[in-house]
Ligand binder design. Structure first.
Ligand code: HXC
Ligand code: NAP
Length: 282
């Protein structure tokens, strides 16, 4: 492992406004704190007011020029519009927008209720669309950088993950399409695809035991899980002028996990889920 693996890039965001949707835990909160440490004014949103308040305090402690937050559910388009209008009124045009609110649980398609499937599509896919539409008037033009947080399920089929696969593939197609629609205004749109990021809810839900986590690490070409710092470094790059010619890209930050495919992990998860008792008992 090189000495620079976890080094933090040092761009200066002290005159920039960064908005992180779903920014109150895990990967997205790590990204928000990273921009705060680079001096940005940072706003976060998620459903829980307690998580918002805790994150805003941490952003101030990390060095944010200004920090604020509000609670809303990305499934509610009018709430998203009102929340983003509030951020704009307080902090001005958005230089960086990170959209990462998401939900996931492992479940076989044939055993999932219609509402279970719909809830992930509603949060991940429609929620992303709501955030993009609501943010559009407030993005700095030229210069804004939009970063959608995707997942390897976007392009790797995985048993027990049809809802997430469908939703995240949709997210990445929104990324590509908006890169076309908004490029003429100088707005860049990219997706970042985390692999397994250690200590996060997503990893906990898909790899719930130390044995599974070790088997995953053994299968990752770079030999370790990712960190929120790895994600923060990529987002700082994409949010900076160093990435001025990068748009419409779907960029894995996954230690080459995507090149290995998801067959092994998906098969394990499928076998585990098939061995569970069926709801209703048959
Ligand atoms: C089957 C399930 C289920 C499960 C919930 N449901 N969990 N079905 N197996 N394990 C069903 C419920 O029974 C219900 O259907 C429907 O889904 C909605 O559930 P609610 O709890 O009412 O929904 P809600 O409160 O809106 O919560 C949404 C959620 C929840 C997605 C279900 O887990 C959540 O809030 N998640 C946010 C945090 C999260 O998931 N973080 C990880 C992101 S990681 P019925 O029919 O009973 O009404 C990620 C990718 C990771 O996205 C990739 C790693 C490589
Ligand atoms: P996490 O900690 O559960 O973060 C999810 C965030 O979204 C939280 O702030 C949550 O806060 C918010 N959120 C969830 N549903 C919401 C809704 N309906 N409206 C508004 N906000 C909502 O999960 P994570 O593991 O760090 O994942 C973060 C992102 O990375 C997700 O997009 C996920 O798909 C992606 N990802 C993660 C991994 C991984 O290894 N963890 C791998 C690939 C991709 P509230 O509960 O307060 O709403």
């Amino acid at each position: 492992m090189s000495r620079e693996t976890n080094a933090m890039l040092k761009p200066d965001f002290s005159d920039r406004t960064v908005v992180v949707i779903g920014g109150t835990s895990g990967i997205n909160r790590g990204i928000a704190e990273y921009f705060a440490a680079a001096g940005a004014s940072v706003a976060v949103a998620s459903r829980s007011q307690d998580k918002v308040d805790d994150t805003v305090a941490a952003l101030k402690a990390s060095g944010a020029a200004q920090a604020m937050g509000t609670a809303f559910d990305v499934r509610d388009a009018p709430e998203v519009s009102a929340g983003l209008a509030g951020f704009h009124a307080a902090l001005g045009d958005f230089d960086v927008l990170v959209s990462g609110a998401a939900g996931n649980f492992p479940a076989l398609t044939a055993r999932m209720s219609a509402n279970a499937f719909r809830s992930v599509i509603d949060i991940d896919l429609l929620g992303t669309a709501h955030v993009m539409q609501a943010a559009y008037p407030f993005l700095r033009r030229p210069g804004a950088s939009v970063i959608n947080i995707s997942a390897p399920q976007s392009y790797l089929a995985m048993e027990g993950q049809a809802h997430v696969c469908a939703a995240k593939a949709g997210v990445d197609q929104i990324t590509r399409t908006l890169a076309l629609e908004w490029g003429g205004e100088g707005i860049r749109v990219n997706s970042v695809v985390p692999g397994f990021i250690e200590g996060t809810e997503g990893t906990e839900r898909l790899a719930p035991t130390p044995q599974i986590r070790q088997a995953i690490v053994d299968d990752i070409p770079l030999g370790r899980m990712g960190t929120t710092r790895d994600m923060g470094n990529m987002c700082l790059f994409l949010g900076s002028d160093m990435a001025a010619y990068v748009s419409g890209a779907v960029i894995p930050v996954d230690g080459a996990l995507s090149e290995r495919g998801a067959g092994w992990l998906g098969k394990q998860m499928g076998d585990m889920l098939r061995a569970m008792p069926q709801p209703g008992g048959d």
